[in-house]
Design a protein. Structure first.
Length: 296
């Protein structure tokens, strides 16, 4: 009998996703009992010191750990479900506050920048009247315009010049979308680096290259990836970024520049398919080991 048997819940909207399945397999290989539960289908009852979580009208009880896989469409409610588990003393691989900080691209860059981490020059536009002035501050072009809430390279547009940028921003304003402007880092040549961190250690790293004619290197957008060894500066930047945000599992996306690595974003619920496929590392297994180590 394995003394380390645990009752683990994976919070995921879709049990058939590669990342979710990989975690389920890794947990079962180590003889743990694991269930996938959709966090959006959880009901929360909040009372002083006896809060409960229900799923399909059944209370979720006697859980040793939760592994949240919270997509960008479910951030706020996902964070509430995590907080409810934490209030019951259940170990979670992702805490609610770091998820909220990392998921908001603006606050993520503000926090990292204030701690001396390299970030691309970024402008947040909240007032259409100051837009022409801000667009002048962003020269030389091209620049990147990003939806604050976009993921997987969606909602990221390259503006070739100022008038091009103005029309893109006007379109976003009519839909009430929040956007940020960012320096386009040409020297990266459409490549970025994803460093995968588990419990203060880099467990895998890959370089992602955009397909010809595109600048977005996301694998979902047809980019390619290869295994790389990080420089000591890249390692330090990735580990420090994750620590500053309070995350235990994260994907840190960086660009190589002549002044050192620049962090584009930190993903609090990073996918496993690209990194496991590229590096050949059993990252899901490392996540389960991290859970075992922290079992309450």
């Amino acid at each position: 009998f394995n003394k380390r048997l645990m009752n683990i819940i994976i919070l995921s909207r879709n049990a058939s996703l590669y990342s979710t399945q990989s975690l389920v397999d890794a947990a079962r290989r180590r003889n743990h009992y694991v269930r996938v539960i959709d966090h959006m289908a959880c009901d929360l009852i909040i009372e002083s010191e006896k809060s409960k979580i229900f799923f399909n009208n059944q209370p979720i009880e006697k859980i040793d750990a939760v592994i949240p896989r919270i997509g960008s469409t479910a951030t706020t409610y996902g964070a509430a479900v995590i907080r409810q588990f934490e209030s019951q003393g259940v170990f979670s691989t992702l805490h609610a506050e770091p998820l909220l900080k990392a998921r908001d691209k603006l606050s993520c860059l503000q926090i990292l920048g204030s701690h001396g981490i390299g970030v691309p020059k970024t402008v947040y536009v909240s007032n259409p009247y100051t837009m022409p002035f801000l667009l002048e501050q962003m020269a030389p072009y091209p620049i990147i315009i990003k939806l604050v809430s976009g993921t997987q390279g969606m909602g990221v547009i390259l503006a070739e010049n100022k008038s091009n940028a103005e029309s893109i921003l006007e379109a976003f304003y009519t839909t009430k979308e929040k956007v940020i402007l960012q320096k386009f880092i040409k020297e990266a040549q459409g490549a970025d680096i994803r460093a995968f961190v588990v419990d203060g250690e880099i467990v895998g790293a890959m370089k992602r290259q955009a397909r010809p004619g595109d600048f977005r290197s996301n694998l979902h957008r047809g980019g390619t990836s290869e295994l790389i060894t990080l420089t000591s500066q890249e390692e330090e930047t990735a580990l420090k970024s994750v620590e500053i945000l309070g995350l235990k599992i994260a994907g840190v996306d960086m660009l190589k520049t002549h002044i050192g690595p620049v962090v584009l974003e930190v993903n609090a619920s990073p996918g496993l398919e690209g990194i496991e496929g590229t590096t050949g590392v059993d990252i899901a297994g490392k996540i389960i080991q991290f859970v075992e180590k922290n079992r309450k």
